[in-house]
Design a protein around this ligand. Structure first.
Ligand SMILES: Cc1cc2nc3c(=O)[nH]c(=O)nc-3n(C[C@H](O)[C@H](O)[C@H](O)COP(=O)(O)OP(=O)(O)OC[C@H]3O[C@@H](n4cnc5c(N)ncnc54)[C@H](O)[C@@H]3O)c2cc1C
Length: 335
């Protein structure tokens, strides 16, 4: 990938200190619902103590870690590792880098499989293995953890050199909770991280959070409080299954960006701005198309020559997935 003068300088992220085959034993220290209201989803903010393990102090906000369920799968093999973004800042929940956290959503689905005689009802309930196991664990339980994973979805070395548009769907909020904590709250007084902290970030920070229903919003009151006390931080919510006055029915995060280009345009034009998007696989398709149609493709996207002559409004989902890549000013984490 070509490096441009406005690309961010990123810190060296430590990776794969504990591999899934040789995980560390960590301990659950907190587990609480972080959903705004009564909802069909169940999402928990889970704190994990890494004290005394080689993973202590190694994570940067935005990285993820692995969880290995200590059971055997239906084929008699150990369960494969599942990744979870850390929701904590780089200095951890405690300022010592010992306690990381995540935002774990229970995977609960009805999946029709008429060919399976054991599922003759045609709509068997599927409970995701790891997310439900992790959410079931009580405070004090031991869990097997690997990581850190990922090196690009992190804040720049000098956060004040940039402004930020964070776009999240669902649990994609996890890395932004950590990053926003780092930018706007800071480590607890008296902690080792506090002594090294560069102070509150004065950059413009916009969080665009997309969920199906208002009750599904995560860390909502914390984010609202931060927005009301930090004029440089704006918290935008986009509710896809409830109509919004300006946007009509079914808006997703990219519709919001598009409908408010009068507002985001100057920010997107600025050489300081970085875009981070995290959440549902496919969310990048709408974001990339919106950016390209609005004329911001050159800063944030690399378009393969095969579709360079096609107007962005005619790009298909498949073309975007295969032929459009984010530049260093656009960080993407989708799953
Ligand atoms: C980089 C990264 C970061 C992530 N961060 C987070 C995060 O912060 N928070 C979070 O909640 N998740 C996160 N995830 C997703 C997480 O890793 C898991 O994929 C998720 O929790 C589901 O895992 P599970 O074991 O519960 O579900 P699984 O058991 O793996 O099931 C997953 C899906 O497989 C299908 N399936 C499973 N069993 C069957 C069956 N018997 N028949 C038919 N279909 C079936 C279903 O569609 C089901 O939803 C992240 C993923 C990545 C890659």
């Amino acid at each position: 990938m070509t490096v441009h003068p406005n690309d961010p300088l990123l810190p060296e992220a430590k990776m794969h200190i504990a591999l899934p085959g040789a995980p560390v034993v960590a301990r659950i220290v907190s587990s609480e619902s972080c959903i705004r209201g009564k909802s069909a989803s169940f999402v928990r903010h889970i704190g994990i103590d890494l004290s005394g393990t080689p993973l202590e102090g190694t994570f940067l906000a935005g990285q993820s870690f692995g969880v290995i369920v200590p059971r055997i799968d239906s084929k008699g093999r150990p369960h494969k590792v599942r990744l979870y973004s850390i929701a904590s800042p780089s200095y951890g929940e405690d300022g010592f880098g010992r306690v990381i956290s995540t935002t774990c959503k229970r995977t609960i689905e009805e999946i029709p499989d008429e060919n399976d005689p054991k599922r003759s009802d045609g709509h068997p309930l599927i409970l995701g293995v790891c997310s439900n196991w992790l959410c079931d664990q009580s405070v004090g339980s031991d869990i097997l953890v690997s990581g850190p994973n990922g090196k690009r979805f992190v804040l720049p070395t000098n956060p004040s050199d940039h402004d930020y548009i964070f776009m999240a769907t669902g649990t994609g909020i996890a890395p932004f909770r950590g990053m926003i904590h780092e930018l706007l709250v800071g480590p607890p007084a008296g902690s080792p991280a506090h002594a090294k902290w560069k102070g509150l970030c004065q950059s413009k920070i916009h969080l665009v959070m997309g969920v199906p229903y208002r009750t599904d919003l995560l860390y909502d009151s914390w984010l609202r409080d931060l927005a009301s006390t930090h004029p440089n931080f704006t918290y935008h919510t986009v509710i896809s299954r409830e109509p919004l006055p300006q946007l009509g029915h079914g808006p997703h995060t990219h519709h919001y960006l598009d409908a408010r280009l009068d507002f985001f345009g100057t920010l997107l034009e600025s050489k300081r701005t970085l875009i981070y998007a995290c959440g549902l696989a496919g969310m990048q398709v709408g974001i990339f198309k919106t950016l390209a149609i609005a004329g911001f493709g050159a800063q944030y996207l690399t378009v393969h020559e095969e579709i360079a002559a096609i107007a962005p409004s005619h790009w298909t989902t498949e073309q975007i997935k295969r032929r459009v890549r984010p530049t260093h000013r656009c960080m993407l984490e989708v799953y």
